[in-house]
Design a protein around this ligand. Structure first.
Ligand SMILES: C=CC1=C(C)c2cc3[nH]c(cc4nc(cc5[nH]c(cc1n2)c(C)c5CCC(=O)O)C(CCC(=O)O)=C4C)c(C)c3C=C
Ligand SMILES: [Fe+2]
Length: 430
């Protein structure tokens, strides 16, 4: 389903209370899927929250939600490592996660509120009474799910590992923290309310207890992209519009060409057809230095003007840059080391990506400098053609790199959407 035909969010309140086997029995999928109807919980009588802010996207569909879905305002991203060695535990986890994700995106609690008074509640509770807030939950599989660091087949899946799913290479100037990089599984939770996004990751993490453990996580605020032509372009922490020339949900031909994995892309990994690849990079921005840089220099490095986001070669925000145009001194108006020039499809064999990143701030250092930046997320059809060459070139030549540090990195294969009654990644295990 293209985003243009994606059903609009429904307005509901977070209160339906279909049954859910508690955390202890969480991984017995049947206990979850067959859940008991227990509509008598106290929250069920709460008044629905305000309409309008209450949009709900369906979880099931051809593609996973949270990719071409109009980017929400908040992010909670998490990577998990499996602690089990049993394939059936992995399948049970994906089954339980799928059902829980469908419930939470619909604005429901994950479990049965009518649990024994002396047991911990099935749902952690902090989203009770909150609307769905356009929550989407998107799951991905890391290379280490297929083979461990020694190349051993962990779950009998190695033969089906996509060729493009390998740890990203070390790029020039990378300064990565391994503890914040990679992971067997990932969960991207996006919503307009941070509490709803955090609730989603927290409950999925809780359901994984005994099967998978949180490896790293990242909060994001302020989307740094538009994924629909209906959205206004937001700004990143450098103060520039970000997302202008992004792939947009309405351009279904471009999505087919650059975003979705095709059925013939990798015959051994046919299970990924209709899915995509998710690149995650935690990029620290030295904003104090940036803030002491002239506007002229800032705009030259980006290649666009700060106010309108128009290319420096002229026009308005959505005008195509003219890389041949030169100024009075004979220099190109779009500098050779400008970010937009180096990232433009014309410099990258025509490839495009769907960017879906968020701003982040995580405190400050002893000198009072903010630990802030961009949690870069991009979805691509094939990272070998659509990300790695561009990143290599940008790491070497992009003038913005003087103000950036890539601190974490991960790549995940994002399976297609699940159908009702099935689970995420089901075709991988068939
Ligand atoms: C390798 C991919 C990219 C990384 C990493 C990246 C980091 C990054 N970008 C900005 C700010 C802007 N990026 C803009 C455009 C843009 N960036 C990429 C790719 C990466 N960016 C692409 C493909 C594009 C589109 C290029 C085009 O077709 O014109 C812009 C301009 C506005 C826009 O079109 O979105 C800004 C501003 C930062 C600050 C950053 C790392 C922190
Ligand atoms: Fe960029």
């Amino acid at each position: 389903m293209s985003a243009a035909s994606e059903p609009p969010p429904r307005s509901v309140s977070r209160r339906g209370l279909l049954g859910f086997a508690g955390a202890g029995a969480a991984l017995t999928a049947a206990g979850f899927v067959g859940g008991r109807a227990t509509a008598e919980a106290s929250e069920a009588s709460q008044a629905p929250s305000a309409e309008g802010a209450a949009g709900a996207y369906p979880f099931y569909g051809e593609h996973q939600p949270g990719i071409v879905t109009p980017a929400q305002d908040r992010l909670h991203f998490a990577a998990f490592d499996l602690t089990t060695t049993a394939r059936e535990d992995l399948v049970a986890l994906l089954t339980v996660w799928t059902a829980a994700a469908a419930r939470m995106t619909a604005g429901q609690l994950v479990g049965d509120e009518a649990t024994a008074y002396d047991s911990p509640p099935d749902d952690t509770g902090e989203a009770i009474g909150l609307p769905p807030s356009r929550l989407t939950i998107t799951f991905g599989f890391g290379p280490s799910l297929f083979r461990d660091a020694q190349g051993r087949d962990r779950f009998g899946l190695a033969a089906r590992q996509p060729k493009a799913l390998a740890r990203l290479p070390h790029f020039p100037a990378d300064n990565l923290d391994p503890a914040r990089s990679d992971g067997d599984l990932c969960v991207q939770a996006c919503a307009d309310d941070p509490q709803v996004a955090v609730h989603a990751v927290r409950n999925l993490s809780r359901l994984a207890f005994g099967t998978a453990a949180l490896r790293w996580s990242q909060l994001g605020f302020g989307r740094t992209s538009s994924t629909s032509t209906a959205q206004a372009t937001p700004r990143n922490l450098f103060g520039f519009k970000d997302g202008t020339a992004n792939l947009k949900a309405e351009d279904s031909a471009a999505l087919t060409e650059h975003l979705w994995v095709g059925a013939q892309d990798d015959p051994a990994a046919g299970w990924l057809a209709g899915g995509s690849y998710l690149v995650a990079r935690r990029i620290a921005m030295t904003i104090e230095t940036w803030d002491r840089t002239s506007l002229r220099e800032q705009e030259t490095l980006v290649g666009r003007d700060r106010r309108e986001g128009a290319p420096l070669s002229g026009g308005t925000e959505f005008s195509e840059p003219d890389f041949a145009l030169t100024g009075r001194e004979g220099k190109p108006l779009m500098a050779l080391n400008s970010h937009v020039r180096l990232a433009h499809p014309s410099q990258n064999d025509g490839v495009q990506m769907l960017r879906r990143g968020y701003n982040y701030t995580d405190g400050n250092d002893a000198l009072g400098r903010l630990d802030a930046g961009l949690f870069f997320i991009a979805y691509v059809r094939d990272p070998r053609t659509h990300y790695i060459p561009m990143q290599t070139r940008m790491s070497r030549q992009d003038g913005l790199m003087e103000y950036l540090q890539h601190r974490a990195s991960a790549l995940f294969a994002v399976p297609p959407g699940a159908s009702e009654g099935g689970h995420i990644g089901q075709a991988l295990f068939a």
